[in-house]
Write a new protein. Structure first.
Length: 587
């Protein structure tokens, strides 16, 4: 009986051990799984939802096949959705339960879209022809979606496969190997170990019923001792064998229970750590709404790329004195000023060119975390041709438009640029005064009043002198015109252009306000027959140098003002300012 039990334990142990090893080797699941999108309804755009990047954990590889050239772009989910807009598109939303198929949702809409190539929304792009292998990794913290397109008119590639890391955990493998080893050891021990018998020193039983208690017992022993001793010894041996087997069985059973309990716990832990579902049902996410505050609208790499393209466009326009070369990257005030500057310089060689835009030496950037459009960003640069650092204002009006330079202004001498959170700062509405001494609108209106009037009530509310020479220079220029122009009556006004105002929160709770003022210089002859003369630069725009009816010169002023927080007693400070002649006419 003991031999049979031992052999059974060894065989059971070997089978259990083999099962455990098999789960780690020939029965082990594949390290990756590949899901493929079935051909669906054609659309000019395909979006790959951001949750697929982290759905199974680890790195995701994507293979795309299409006819001809196509593009894969990576961007924030809300940026991708905003660019897609109302265009018909397919969205890869998830994978099936068996992890063999990608689930795709079709959305009807407009049949065509512009080509997404070159959009400032993308943090990176990959161009391919026929086939593309792409490793999907996050360029920065947060969620990222992918966009596939040909040219916005042709169907986007429909053959998409994604390879995900697979769950290779086999929680029963180690417990089975341990259990198998214990069973083999138990069987071997049963074969080797001798059972403990119940015989006494003389080979007889120590049973109380067989002991010699008085003469009758002794007589009985004497009469039947040979046969009785052999019978009792045999019975004791069997009893010992049964006792040993029982003890071994109890030990094996207890060990097995412990191992099985550990395996069940491991299986439970593995199950709880796995994704709750691989279903592709769409979920509400940042893709459907602007992301939370703190997410900058552009990363540093994007900003540098944008700035390089802006600088390249302005260089080309400045060199050729051709405003058409600016159109792709310059707009608003800066386009108006540079266009007139080119016109004047083509006739007046001595007229100063606008300060060049440089991207080689980027001193600092200001990026908003406001996800709605229009979006504004700032850069402070200084390169060859910049006597002092220059503040550049760039605006993206809508998702499908790129950032354009709308204002440039040199920093005031000796001015320290206010500290602003680089990871994405709050932008405020022009009329928002929360936490500030003045709203952006009030700050620019105060500056405009001070530039217009020598006795302005804002005289004490703005820093003046060497650190803000623009105010003093402007007031001096206006006073000299009045003094020297004996034949004319002159008036000067500086007015805010409200739609150009941009406000960024600074680290100290204050704000940096940027905007445009329109500076009008109005002149009228004092008496009939009196003549007013204008400079060669204004004459190019007015069509002549003298007038007897009067004239109006118009300048565009790009300015930046620092506004202290509400609890501060410090005055506002003009950080940057410049002006450019944009119009001249006779009355």
């Amino acid at each position: 009986m003991r031999f049979k039990t031992a052999v059974a334990l060894v065989l059971l142990g070997l089978l259990t051990l083999l099962a455990g090893i098999g789960q780690k080797t020939f029965w082990a699941p594949a390290e990756t799984v590949t899901a493929t999108a079935s051909a669906g309804e054609a659309a000019p755009l395909t979006v790959i939802d951001q949750k697929l990047r982290t759905l199974e954990g680890g790195t995701v590889s994507i293979r795309v096949k299409g006819e001809g050239s196509f593009l894969l772009a990576a961007g924030r989910p809300d940026d991708v959705d905003a660019w897609v807009g109302k265009t018909a598109h397919n969205t890869v939303t998830g994978i099936s339960d068996d992890k063999k198929s990608l689930q795709v949702k079709h959305t009807d809409g407009e049949a065509n879209a512009p080509s997404p190539a070159g959009s400032d929304l993308w943090v990176s792009t990959e161009n391919a022809s026929g086939e593309l292998d792409y490793t999907w990794s996050a360029p920065a913290d947060g969620d990222w979606s992918l966009l596939l397109a040909a040219d916005g008119k042709k169907p986007a590639p429909s053959s998409v496969s994604m390879t995900f890391p697979n769950d290779t955990s086999m929680p029963w493998a180690v417990p089975l190997m341990v259990l198998g080893g214990l069973l083999v050891l138990a069987g071997g021990a049963l074969l080797v170990l001798k059972p403990k018998g119940g015989a006494s020193r003389d080979g007889g039983s120590s049973d109380a019923g067989s002991s010699s208690n008085g003469p009758a017992g002794k007589a009985s022993d004497k009469l039947g001792s040979p046969f009785a001793r052999r019978a009792r010894a045999k019975a004791a041996a069997k009893a010992g064998e049964r006792s040993s087997s029982a003890r071994l069985s109890v030990v094996v059973a207890a060990t097995t229970a412990a191992v099985l309990a550990g395996g069940a716990a491991a299986a439970q832990a593995s199950t709880s750590s796995a994704p709750a579902s691989t279903s592709a049902a769409p979920t509400t996410s940042a893709a459907a709404a602007p992301e939370a505050g703190g997410t900058p609208v552009v990363l540093d790499a994007q900003f540098r790329r944008i700035l390089e393209q802006v600088a390249s466009a302005t260089d080309a326009g400045d060199a050729a004195k051709d405003a058409k070369k600016l159109a792709a990257r310059v707009a608003g005030t800066e386009l108006e000023v540079r266009t007139q500057n080119y016109k004047i310089r083509s006739r007046v060689a001595s007229y100063d060119a606008r300060m060049p835009v440089r991207s080689t030496k980027l001193l600092t950037t200001v990026v908003t975390d406001k996800r709605e459009w229009p979006r504004s960003v700032l850069a402070v640069t200084q390169g060859e041709g910049n006597v002092v650092p220059q503040l550049l204002t760039l605006v993206q009006q809508s998702p499908r438009e790129n950032y354009k330079l709308v204002g440039t202004s040199p920093l005031q001498p000796g001015t320290t640029f206010p500290a602003i959170v680089r990871g994405g700062t709050e932008s405020l509405a022009a009329g928002d005064k929360s936490g500030l001494l003045y709203s952006g609108q009030e700050a620019l209106a105060g500056l405009a009043d001070r530039l217009t009037k020598s006795n302005s009530t804002f005289k004490s509310k703005l820093v003046e002198g060497e650190s803000s020479p623009y105010i003093a220079d402007t007031l001096s220029y206006q006073a000299d015109i009045v003094k020297d122009g004996v034949d004319g009556k002159f008036a000067f006004t500086h007015k805010v252009v409200p739609e150009n105002t941009v406000v960024f929160r600074t680290e100290d709770g204050g704000a940096l306000v940027l905007g445009r003022l329109t500076f009008n210089f109005d002149g009228t002859p004092k008496a009939e027959g009196d003549k007013l003369s204008i400079g060669n630069d204004a004459a190019v725009l007015a069509g002549g140098k003298e007038t007897t009816t009067g004239m109006v010169l118009k300048f565009a002023e790009s300015v930046a003002v620092y506004v202290p927080p509400a609890d501060s007693k410090d005055p506002m400070k003009l950080v940057a300012a410049t002006r450019g002649l944009v119009g001249a006419s006779f009355k």
